[in-house]
Design a protein around this ligand. Structure first.
Ligand SMILES: Cc1cc2nc3c(=O)[nH]c(=O)nc-3n(C[C@H](O)[C@H](O)[C@H](O)COP(=O)(O)OP(=O)(O)OC[C@H]3O[C@@H](n4cnc5c(N)ncnc54)[C@H](O)[C@@H]3O)c2cc1C
Length: 353
């Protein structure tokens, strides 16, 4: 019996030692495997350090958030994920699967304020001697995600230098398949040199949306818009936003400055919008004279530059407290309008895009 039990006990002891060793091996191997995976993640993470923007990436007009603020946020997120790698927690963190984003809305935001995205140029249509409407393709499942009056930033390269400029899409928020920007090409403008070289099919980088303009329906009785040239682009968004809202009873009056009749941008679109009861437009032509330019039914004109007396007349139309002025044009146009309103001691609300 004793002799017979001995080998069995030995076998049992032997197999228990083997299983303990196996267990130990497994225990040692698992953390090694997990550490290796963490190591791979750390490497990936370290390689993803956000690149610091160049000074030229900042357009200098006080965007909120600015490219440097975004860089700080990206750096903080990067540091956090690298720290997680070092403490070995990267594997356990819960990440929302990318597909889940599609479940809440079937269309994704076309633009991101955090990164430049490339969009293919579909077409370019000249609409005046110096302005062009550029149409860009949107990926199938995305839409224009702009708030009213917001703009996007274009990044281009001129003489090996990266530059940025703001532009306001004229396609309404929620547009799918494409978006449009109306751009004035300056003979000696920096970004204009880059834009002039665009060809259909080129990939162009945009980031956004940005802008601090906020609008509440019926917040005032009358909005008076003072626009010049491509300053019409944010105004078009605001006009459409107001007149297509049945619950908004705000009256919108646009005073739009151009040199000549043929320079009036988006004239047909604006004329169409006058079909709404609460929108009127006055075209201010600085270089045309009455009767010497074509005209369409219902169009109203002011001849000469927009001066203080014109604004004084606008101020008399509705009480100061119920009037809001919106201003968007060139730097000198904006300066003149703001000075006139100041001289007229206008105490209502004024927003300069
Ligand atoms: C919120 C916002 C939205 C905008 N939306 C639009 C839009 O929808 N469409 C649009 O066309 N534009 C828009 N703009 C204007 C646009 O961002 C650019 O400023 C414009 O396209 C000119 O860019 P550029 O680089 O070609 O010209 P720039 O190089 O900036 O030059 C423009 C003009 O200024 C002159 N100039 C340049 N520097 C000087 C200087 N130091 N002294 C004197 N003159 C000088 C140039 O000779 C030229 O005539 C918007 C601007 C803002 C702030």
């Amino acid at each position: 019996m004793i002799r017979a039990d001995l080998p069995r006990n030995t076998f049992l002891r032997f197999s228990s030692v083997i299983s303990s060793c196996l267990l130990l091996l497994i225990l040692c191997w698992c953390p090694a495997m997990s550490a290796e995976e963490d190591f791979v993640d750390c490497e990936t993470c370290l390689a993803q350090k956000p690149t610091e923007p160049l000074a030229s990436d900042c357009c200098g007009t006080g965007c909120n958030p600015c490219v440097f603020d975004l860089h700080e946020t990206e750096l903080a997120a990067w540091r956090k994920s690298c720290n997680r790698c070092h403490v070995g927690g990267a594997q356990t963190e819960h990440r929302e699967p990318a597909e889940n984003k599609h479940q809440t809305s079937s269309y994704q935001d076309a633009f991101s304020p955090d990164e430049y995205r490339s969009f293919k140029l579909q077409s370019a249509k000249r609409v005046s001697h110096d302005s062009v409407i550029y149409t860009f393709v949107l990926p199938g499942n995305s839409q224009v995600n702009l708030g009213v009056g917001q703009h996007i930033i274009l990044r281009g390269a001129v003489n090996g230098r990266s530059i940025t400029r703001q532009y306001t899409p004229i396609s309404p928020p929620g547009t799918r398949n494409h978006f449009e920007v109306l751009i004035k090409i300056y003979k000696d403008g920096s970004m204009s040199q880059y834009i002039k070289q665009w060809k259909e099919g080129d990939s162009i980088e945009w980031r956004g949306p940005y802008g601090t303009f906020s609008y509440q329906p019926n917040q005032c009785r009358r909005v008076v818009m003072l626009a010049a040239g491509t300053g019409i682009t944010p105004m078009l968004q605001v006009i459409r936003h107001i007149v297509t809202d049945d619950n908004d009873e705000t009256f919108v009056h646009l005073v739009y400055a151009s040199r000549r009749y043929e320079d009036i941008l988006l004239r047909e679109k604006l004329n169409e919008l006058t079909a709404f009861w609460n929108f009127t437009v006055l075209y201010a032509l600085s270089q045309d004279v009455p009767g010497e330019h074509p005209t369409s039914y219902g169009e109203n004109f002011h001849y000469g530059r927009i001066k203080q007396d014109l604004l004084a007349a606008e101020m008399e139309t509705s009480p100061e407290a119920e009037t809001q002025f919106l201003v968007c044009g060139t730097k000198s146009f904006d300066k003149d309008m703001m000075n006139f309103l100041k001289k007229l001691d206008f105490k209502g609300s004024v927003f300069k895009f």
